[in-house]
Design a protein around this ligand. Sequence first.
Ligand code: NAD
Ligand code: ZN
Length: 375
Amino acid sequence: MKITRVRVRSSAGPYSVVAGVGVIGHAAREIAHLGHFSSLHIVSSPKVWRAAGKTVERGLRLSHRKTLHLFNDAESAKHLGAVEHIARSLCQAGADRKSLIIAVGGGVVGDVAGFAAASYLRGVALVHIPTTLVAQVDSSIGGKTGVNLPEGKNLVGAFYPPRLVITDPDLLGTLADREFRGGLAEVVKHAVISDAPLFARLEKDLDRILRRDREALGSLIARNVQIKARVVSRDERESGLREILNFGHTFAHALESATLYRRYQHGEAVAWGMMAAAFLGYELKVTPAPDVSRIISLVCRLEPLPPWPSLSPAVLLDAMRSDKKSRSGVLRFVLSVRIGRARTFDSVPQQAVERVLRFTPRLIAAAGGRFGVSK
Ligand SMILES: NC(=O)c1ccc[n+]([C@@H]2O[C@H](COP(=O)([O-])OP(=O)(O)OC[C@H]3O[C@@H](n4cnc5c(N)ncnc54)[C@H](O)[C@@H]3O)[C@@H](O)[C@H]2O)c1
Ligand SMILES: [Zn+2]
C-alpha cells in the first residue's frame, strides 16, 4: 500500500495528512501517535455513518471510550444550531479538554464538527476523516471551519487546524456520482492554478478517474493533498497566495447565490466558473488561447452540468459584488496566466466581466458542450 504523508504548517503547529488506499486500516495507530486522550467522540451524519461507519470503526479499533454524535449534514442544516447540538451532545457524554473529536464526513461535517471542536471548552483536539472527494482534496486541509447564517455562507467560523487528517480514497466508493464529479472540479482547479503536469495527467486519465479506478484515484488524491497543503502552509490566513484557490469561485459564488443554492452542487458551479474565468483571462489577454481551450475541453468532460441560468449579467454582477470575498465591491478575479499558474487581478473592468457573463454559455454550447442555457 502506498501511503503519502504530507506535513501542513499552521499557526497552531504542524499536522500531517496521511493519504492512501486502505490507510483507514491504520487509523488507530496514527491516532495513537498523537498521544493519550481521555475519550473519543466521533462526529458524523446518519448518511455518512451508514456508508462508512463500519470501515471507520474497524480502522479505529476503538479501545478508548467512544461516543457517536450524529447530526444532519445537509447544507441547509449547516448553521449554529448544529454546533449547539454537537456541543450539548459532547457535554452530555462527558467530553473534557483531553477528549478527541473525530469528524467523519464531507465538507459539511468537517466544517461544523471543526467549529464545534474549536469552541467546545475553548478548543479540543480534532482529527478529520474526510469521506467526499471535496473533503479529501480541499476542505479537510487548511483549518477553515464554520457555519452559514441566513445572510450568507460560512459567515461564522474559526481557523482551527486539525491534529491529523486520515484520507482514504476507498471511503469514496459510496459517494454519489454528482458529488464525485463536483470534487473533480476542485481537482481541475488545483491543476490549473499550480500543476501543469497534473493537468496533462487529467487530460489523459480522466475516464479512468471517472470510473473511480483505485490506483488512479489514490495517486490523484495524494497529489491534490500536496497542492492544497503547500498553498495553505505558505498562506494560512488567505492574505495572498491562498487566494489562488478561488480560481473560478467568483463566478461560481455568483451562480450559486443568484440561483438560491438550488441549482448547482458547488463543484458544478465551480466548473462553470472556471470556464468563465478562462474566457475572462482571454478577454483580458492574460490567458493564452490554447490554454483557454484546454481548460474548456477538460471541464466539459465533467458533464452533465446543470445549465447556465437565464439571468441577466447585471443580476450576476450584483451577486459578485455582494460576495464576502469581493473587497468593497471592487471586482477581483483569480486568472490563469498559463496552465499551472494563476494570480489575482484587481479592478477588472466591469464590461469585460459582463461580456463573459453574456457569452460563456453560448461559447460553450458552440464548443460542443452538451449543457447550454436554461430556458
Ligand atoms: N473548510 C474549507 O476549507 C472548505 C473548502 C471547501 C468546501 N467547504 C465546505 O464543504 C461543504 C461541501 O462539502 P462536500 O462537497 O464534501 O459535501 P457534503 O459534506 O455536503 O456532502 C455531500 C453529500 O454526500 C454525503 N456523503 C458524504 N460522504 C459520503 C460517502 N462516503 N458516501 C455516501 N455519501 C456521502 C453527505 O451526507 C451529503 O449528503 C460546503 O459547506 C462548503 O462550504 C469547506
Ligand atoms: Zn470550492
